[in-house]
Design a protein around this ligand. Structure first.
Ligand code: PHE
Length: 347
């Protein structure tokens, strides 16, 4: 009998030693300790076959075995569960010192940077923002700006026509008329007028410095006693802010149907200080925008008396300013969305 018990213990120990999983261990425990089908419980049932005097001794041995087995399996279970927990913890460990994956941060487009900068400068001088539509009528884009049908100046601004009367605006100057004269959404405005009108414009133009779609920033000031000196004074302020302190401006005679007199505005070269370099093509000056005194005809077209009020207007290309300021050689680089280019510009 003792032998049989000893053999069973050894069998249990051997079987347990081969088990590494707590669920399997539970199955083994059931094999021996299950109340109905367990092998140790079965031994107890054998007691009936014994002589009554043998029963107490037998019962004692089997009970000892049962107590041993209970302790044994409890210990095994604790051992395996501890190992399993350790393994799980190791697998779920977070290395807080590990560098996080880099998520690069977007930046504003150079055009937006320049537009924001200009809006900042001009709103500091009291300009109000007015935005006109990109699809424009022939009237607002040309005729009211003193550029009637068949005017030769239309040639320079050939564009995309939606219908004979509707076109993609060639200049933000159309906003001057919409603001002064009014339209279905905008009330007519009386002087004093001081607006800045940013937006996209379209022309049949395509080379390294011209694109069929580009952006302009228009300025318009109308009041009593406005002169060309006011224009230049304000442009000096703009040039110093955008291109640097020592930069000067120069006005050259030019022609636009809607301004009289008209000027091209140059800034002294901020690269060489005016001595002459590649950027200014050895002239010391860089052309940045067109401007002039608002033509009497334009004021009349908008119901403003040109004998009482005068004004100036200017219009600049945002891409052109961006290219000059950031040294961008080709305007197409501003529209290709190449991150290698765009990631170089930050506020
Ligand atoms: N609209 C002109 C252009 O696109 C620029 C300009 C604006 C000139 C205002 C004079 C006054 O070339």
């Amino acid at each position: 009998m003792e032998e049989q018990i000893k053999a069973m213990r050894q069998k249990i120990e051997a079987a347990a030693a081969a088990i590494t999983d707590s669920k399997e261990m539970y199955q083994l425990r059931k094999q021996y300790l299950d109340n109905k089908a367990g092998q140790i419980s079965a031994l107890m049932k054998n007691m009936r076959d014994l002589a009554p005097e043998e029963r107490p001794a037998f019962g004692k041995i089997v009970n000892e075995l049962k107590t041993w087995a209970l302790d044994f399996f409890t210990a095994q279970d604790a051992r395996l569960k501890a190992a399993e927990l350790a393994k799980k913890n190791a697998a779920e460990q977070i290395d807080v010192t590990m560098p996080a994956p880099v998520r690069s941060c977007g930046a504003l487009h150079p055009n937006t940077l320049i537009a924001n900068e200009l809006i900042g400068i001009f709103s500091g001088m009291g300009f109000e923002i007015y935005e006109g539509p990109e699809i424009e009528t022939d009237y607002y884009n040309f005729t009211a700006l003193n550029t009637p049908q068949d005017h030769p100046a239309r040639d320079m601004q050939d564009t995309f026509y939606v219908s004979p009367e509707l076109l993609l605006r060639t200049q933000t100057s159309s906003g001057q008329i919409r603001y002064m004269k009014g339209d279905d959404k905008t009330p007519k405005h009386e002087p004093p007028i001081k607006i800045l009108s940013p937006g996209k414009v379209f022309r049949s133009d395509d080379d390294a410095t011209h694109s069929p779609m580009f952006s302009q920033m228009e300025g318009l000031v109308v009041d009593k006693g406005i002169t060309l000196c006011d224009l230049q004074g304000m442009l000096d302020e703009f040039a110093r802010n955008v291109f640097g302190e020592g930069v000067k401006t120069r006005l050259r005679p030019s022609y636009f149907p809607f301004t009289e007199p008209s000027v091209e505005v140059d800034v002294s070269c901020f690269e060489c200080g005016g001595k002459g370099c590649r950027l200014c093509k050895d002239t010391g000056w860089i052309e940045v925008l067109g401007a002039g005194m608002v033509n009497r005809k334009v004021l009349e077209n908008c119901g403003i008396d040109p004998d009482v009020y005068t004004g100036f207007a200017f219009g600049m290309g945002i891409e052109r300013i961006a290219m000059l300021k950031y040294g961008i050689p080709n305007i197409k680089m501003l529209f290709e969305s190449d991150v290698r280019v765009l990631s170089q510009f930050h506020e």
